[in-house]
Write a protein that binds this ligand. Structure first.
Ligand SMILES: Nc1ncnc2c1ncn2[C@@H]1O[C@H](COP(=O)(O)OP(=O)(O)O)[C@@H](O)[C@H]1O
Ligand SMILES: Nc1ccn([C@@H]2O[C@H](COP(=O)(O)OP(=O)(O)O)[C@@H](O)[C@H]2O)c(=O)n1
Length: 213
């Protein structure tokens, strides 16, 4: 049986950074489920369609090839926005659900566990995960982190605009009917507002080690 760590939380809270480190530490496979929604949203944009067009979004979700995701293209502000638009559509979510569950149950490379991060991992994708973490931080701190990242990749977007985008995306993710972003009842809350990456990692390891013993 695969040991599954589910990590959810709002935009730029540090989920991916933490998930990647945990996967390395425990020798587990890692799946960034947000990259799937970003890739679908970006594919719709690339096709010249509107990410709010369900027919186009579903076609992109069905055609998604995870081995052909352009990592750079899906990290833009626009791809994040498109991701959250396609993510409200239940058929789009359904089209990529089995892939995520299969990854958790049968991690590639025969690894003994998997770390998945997203919005609905602990609630919908892997409700029986061995450990669930809900990672958060204040909107201002998250927006600052994301702004630094976007600036580093050459974007001229202002910090105020990133804060506005972040708030809007969080509201859409938490308010949608299909698999809304929500802390699972049995998830541990990890607020990284005042935690370094190292400190957040240490806290997560403490929680996971406890559940392994
Ligand atoms: N605890 C932390 N303190 C400071 N910066 C952090 C922390 N965790 C993550 N970051 C930085 O914040 C940005 C967003 O983190 P990321 O892991 O991509 O978030 P998410 O996956 O939740 O969107 C990255 O640039 C990352 O290096
Ligand atoms: N499990 C998931 C993961 C992402 N998403 C959607 O995909 C968008 C992008 O996810 P992400 O994890 O890459 O976003 P960031 O936290 O990196 O900004 C989110 O805003 C959600 O709308 C989702 O609905 N469910």
């Amino acid at each position: 049986m695969s040991f599954v760590v589910a990590i959810d939380g709002p935009a730029a809270s540090g989920k991916g950074t933490l998930a990647r480190r945990l996967a390395r530490h425990y020798g587990f496979a890692y799946l960034d489920t947000g990259s799937l929604y970003r890739a679908v949203g970006q594919a719709v944009r690339d096709a010249g369609s509107d990410p709010a067009d369900e027919t186009a979004a579903l076609a992109a979700a069905r055609a998604l090839d995870i081995n052909r995701i352009n990592e750079k293209a899906i990290r833009t502000r626009e791809a994040g926005e498109a991701a959250s638009l396609v993510a409200v559509m239940a058929p789009v979510r359904a089209a990529i659900l089995d892939f995520q569950r299969d990854f958790a149950a049968n991690p590639p490379g025969g690894q003994k566990g998997a770390v998945l991060d997203g919005r609905d991992i602990g609630t919908v994708v892997c409700p029986d995960a061995n450990v669930k973490l809900f990672v958060t931080a204040s909107p201002e701190v998250r927006a600052h982190r994301r702004w630094l990242e976007l600036k580093g990749s050459g974007s001229a977007v202002s910090e105020a605009q990133v804060l506005e985008d972040t708030r809007e995306r969080d509201a859409r993710d938490a308010g949608r009917a299909a698999s809304p972003m929500k802390q699972a009842a049995d998830a541990h809350l990890l607020d990284t507002t005042n935690l370094s990456i190292e400190a957040a990692f240490g806290e997560a390891v403490r929680i996971i080690d406890k559940s392994m013993s």
